[in-house]
Design a protein around this ligand. Structure first.
Ligand code: 2AM
Length: 177
């Protein structure tokens, strides 16, 4: 049986996804093993929630609805590999303050709804490879600008070769149209 998990994430628009993929390809080629994450699954996790019953799910959505809007512009400009978790990733050298503010807000609001507070350091990244134990030299990448206009709640289904993600709800972040 597949298990169902929920997480809050930044979900790229189609053009940003394609731009990330163009940079990811060269980095994925440096993986000696593991498997590449398909571009349709690219995202930045804000907070992983795990399996929730319907009441907790509603509470999580209520918390998200109270997060303040803000303009966030990311520049995804480097690649790396964490051997402990076998994750190959793309990330931003400079994590902009509005993104940290968004995360702090979300965690505060989730705390207010009874979710446990998180003190673990958060390292925002786009996972582009899993099960990667070794890499050859990682190439540098062309910076990808990502104008963040929303954050989303995603349902993850494990089971097949790759996780399947479904965006179940989204919250607008842009301060103007
Ligand atoms: P990852 O990309 O670094 O693996 C869905 O599983 C998303 O939630 C993934 O992006 C994953 O991060 C993230 N995540 C964070 N904590 C997790 C956990 N304890 N179990 C599974 N996924 C987690």
């Amino acid at each position: 049986m597949s298990s169902e998990r929920l997480f809050f994430a930044l979900w790229p628009d189609e053009l940003t996804r394609q731009a990330l993929f163009r940079q990811a390809e060269g980095v994925q080629a440096a993986a000696v093993d593991g498997k590449s994450v398909p571009a349709e699954n690219f995202h930045i996790t804000l907070r992983f929630l795990g399996s929730l019953d319907i009441d907790d799910w509603r509470r999580a959505e209520r918390a998200a609805g109270r997060v303040r809007k803000r303009d966030i512009e990311l520049v995804v400009d480097h690649a790396g590999h964490w051997s402990e978790t076998r994750v190959l990733w793309l990330a931003c050298q400079d994590v902009p303050d509005p993104l940290l503010g968004l995360l702090a807000d979300l965690n505060t609001e989730l705390g207010g709804e009874g979710f446990e507070f998180r003190s673990r350091p958060w390292r925002p990244h786009v996972t582009i490879g899993r099960g990667v134990t070794q890499v050859t030299e990682l190439p540098s990448i062309e910076p990808v600008r990502w104008a963040v206009t929303r954050f989303v709640l995603v349902r993850s289904e494990l089971g097949g070769r790759h996780s399947e993600y479904e965006v179940v709800r989204e919250w607008d972040l842009a301060t103007s149209d």
